[in-house]
Design a protein around this ligand. Sequence first.
Ligand SMILES: [Zn+2]
Length: 405
Amino acid sequence: MRKRSKRKGFTLIELTVVIGIIILLTGIGLLSYKALLDKTRKIACDTNLRAINLALNMYLNDYGRFPSTGSDLVRALSEYNISPSQFHCVEDPVKNHNTYLSFYLQRSTRPDNLAFVLGCPYHSRGEKSLALLYGDEPKELENLKVTLNGSPTKFGQSMSLRRGDEIDYQLKDGNTFATVNVTQNIDDAAIIAAFSLPSGKPYGILKINDEGAVDVQVRTGSRFEVATPSTIAGVQGTRFTVTVSIEDDDYVTTIDVTEGTVVATTFPETIKALKDSTEIRKIKFPIEAGHTGTVRRRIPYYVPHRIKIVPRYIRLKVGQTVKFEVIGYDKDGQSRKMGMDDDDNKKGHHEDNEVEGEVEWTLFPYLWPSGRLDDDGNYTAIRRGVDKIRAKVGPRKAYAYIFVR
Ligand SMILES: [Zn+2]
């Protein structure tokens, strides 16, 4: 009898243990739920980067260059079935914001392998950065520490730098692999990368979006780039100064090399590179120690006129004629027909849309010409086959394909 009454209910110790276990299990559940959520969000971001990567490669194949920096990227890739929502990372609290744009670096036609192309500002803040390097899939790379005047600083934030500021890019052991000294105020700059490449080589990038100047020192064996509105100055162990200024409607980047070699990259659509006062037209040019290189680029505000032939793909029957027109974007982002509408446009100097030069049409037959193309963009199919039409306005090109049945 006594025994049975003893077993009534729980003792305090039993109760404490049970409650403790429940709390523990709930805790584990919450933890793993959060971990799962984080993982899912990272996968979603990775999926976006993969889709953009694919579209960027298709764009490169079609146009022979990468899309320009800025909102043009979203528009440029829209024809490869990339929607604006794919430019948004779920971690980004700003609704419909194009998260990745600030972490996009326009490369030259064929960049070096493992050149940084795109990354996510929100997935670069922890131990690892999610980044897309040219010639690779999106990858998680181990972050390295960056300090601004001795205090740790965040990646991707737009910041203004003052003369005298010092940015240190540090290795795991705390040693510095790159030091940036600000010599002229910069209103808009961002640290967009500081990580270890799969080979273990450190890689740092500073993006300068406005006028200003920096003095850079990089330790041998490290990769470092200063991206400006007109160029990307890349080095592997050297000392150099980068100055960005605005002259007329151009962003002018001047690179003075003290030690080693700096390779400056320019962009095919607005190339204008000067080296020691001699104008050259190369995509990449090395600047040796003791020399100065200057790269100019029209201010992007006026740059993103992209021409697009409408329609892009078309099927015709022998004997049919179709008229092609070039659609471009003006500085307000408005779509406009270019080149053949009125005489003003044909001459190429239309104040509103800033298009230089008249439309040039070229036919690239795949096997033999399956059609005839006149100067006004009228294409007449004459036999079965596939043709490619190229239209050029100023330095920009666009292509259309015609299949004749
Ligand atoms: Zn992300």
